[in-house]
Design a protein around this ligand. Structure first.
Ligand code: TRP
Length: 446
């Protein structure tokens, strides 16, 4: 088994890559609509709490394993488990992670395809002057056209896999270095614009003044699942990025920086979206269509709105692109570990994700009533169970492995924060993150 040789070119490159993985649909599409459905500020508060207590410590656990193993997740877990005198079955955690990212990427690519379609439509001026009814009907018609969904899904997956095929430094690192600052700049512009609309203060109040009436165990489970999803933690995908981490970087500092950037993007996006939604007196609990229906309607009526709408969809596309790359990387590097060339590994992953994605694309038309489990169709299944259940479960196992199974010296060195830092991290993971994840998972499932 060979060690991974590529490395991120700098500490900054590593932070940008992990931020690129973290910032995506989760922040811009999922956070606003899930918060919208679950009471706004109360959801935000719980989710931020989970990011601090579980997200950051487990993110460190996950990256630490990759850094100590210096190879694909499955191979790294197997090798580290053997070194620790534990069972080689820990490899199954990597396989479970690969299954999780496979499911997630399959719907992720389809939804990201929507943003391509809407970006093009918005730039072409198709929303200007359209009525609310027309825009709503347009979205429904779009979802009911599998051909269009598949075209955009294919295009997005192609964009993603081309970068992945180019490799860590020539592909992933270059793109993240370019896009992340651009994305943040665009988002600040957009939030600045939102501050000039009438809905701004309502949006702030709605996001920051909690009321806890809507709170149920399921909401808490959603908030936990969301914390994992938005930080890209729990599927061994950041483990793959950790394998390329520079030798002398402090992992806790990097993890805190990424989490802060990730939360700030969700907040800025939330402020931008809800200001516009409230300015038009629309419903924040619109659901998954929030961004694709409510926003075009709201922006269409505001002066200069169509330009801002285009900026918004561009932003979304850039954010999802760097996230999708992170979802693909662990599968590709695992196949490489089995002896495939990178180009072949990329092609295999692309083809299988593309096929799986078809099931999601058809879930809005032909397969709408194909409901294999829990009365949900394929899109509903892959967009809810992997984020809400698989990620916390994977995160739990990752935390147990790093904090209980890995020998102290190996873990301490990979954390890069000295002995005190290591013990603090280990205590938080052992006595807070692990029990809390377990309890919320169990409570939510029952
Ligand atoms: N964090 C991304 C988002 O918020 C999604 C994502 C990227 C992800 N890589 C991941 C989720 C790995 C789980 C695991 O859109």
């Amino acid at each position: 088994m060979s060690e991974t040789l590529e490395r991120w070119g700098s500490k900054r490159a590593f932070i940008l890559a992990v931020t690129g993985a973290a910032v995506g649909l989760g922040n811009i599409w999922r956070f606003p609509y899930v918060a919208g459905e679950n009471g706004g500020a109360a959801f935000l508060l719980i989710y931020v709490g989970f990011v601090l207590l579980l997200g950051i410590p487990v993110m460190m656990a996950e990256i630490l394993i990759g850094r100590a193993g210096r190879r694909g997740p499955i191979q790294a877990l197997g090798a580290l488990a053997m070194d620790a005198g534990a069972s080689a079955n820990w490899r199954w955690l990597g396989i479970f992670g690969a299954f999780t990212v496979f499911c997630i990427l399959s719907f992720y690519s389809v939804v990201s395809g929507w943003s391509i379609e809407f970006l093009v439509a918005s730039v072409n001026g198709q929303f200007s002057g359209a009525t609310a009814a027309e825009i709503g009907a347009g979205f429904d018609a779009f979802l009911a056209s599998p051909g269009l969904l598949i075209f955009n899904h294919s295009l997005f997956l192609f964009m993603t896999m081309t970068v992945v095929a180019a490799g860590v430094s020539k592909g992933l690192e270059r793109l993240n270095n370019l896009l992340m600052p651009l994305l943040y700049g665009l988002l600040l512009l957009l939030a600045g614009y939102a501050a000039t609309t009438d809905g701004f203060s309502t949006a702030l109040a709605w996001l920051f003044l909690p009321s806890f009436e809507a709170l149920t165990p399921t909401v808490v489970l959603h908030a936990m699942g969301h914390a994992f999803f938005t930080l890209a933690v729990g599927a061994c995908a950041l483990m793959a990025y950790g394998a390329y981490m520079p030798e002398d970087q402090s992992l806790p500092k990097a993890a805190v920086a990424v989490a802060a950037l990730d939360i700030s993007v969700a907040l800025l996006a939330g402020i931008a979206i809800f200001s516009v939604v409230f300015a038009q007196g629309m419903d924040p609990a619109e659901g998954p269509g929030l961004m694709f229906v409510t926003l075009p309607i709201a922006f269409a009526e505001l002066p200069g709105g169509v330009v801002w709408l285009s900026v918004f969809f561009l932003l979304l596309l850039l954010a999802t692109w760097t996230s999708a790359i992170n979802l693909a990387e662990p599968m590709v590097v695992t196949l490489q570990g089995l002896g495939c060339r990178r180009s072949i590994a990329t092609a295999i992953v692309a083809l299988s994700v593309w096929l799986m994605g078809l099931l999601s694309a058809f879930s809005f038309s032909t397969l709408a009533d194909f409901r294999p489990l829990f009365g949900r169709n394929v899109f509903e299944l892959v967009s809810s169970i992997p984020p809400d259940v698989f990620l916390p479960l994977g995160g739990l196992m990752i935390a147990i492995f790093a904090a209980w199974v890995m020998p102290r010296t190996t873990a301490m060195q990979a954390l890069g924060a000295g002995e005190g830092g290591y013990l603090l991290w280990r205590n938080v993971v052992r006595w807070v993150s692990i029990p809390l994840t377990f309890i919320v998972l169990l409570g939510g499932l029952l």
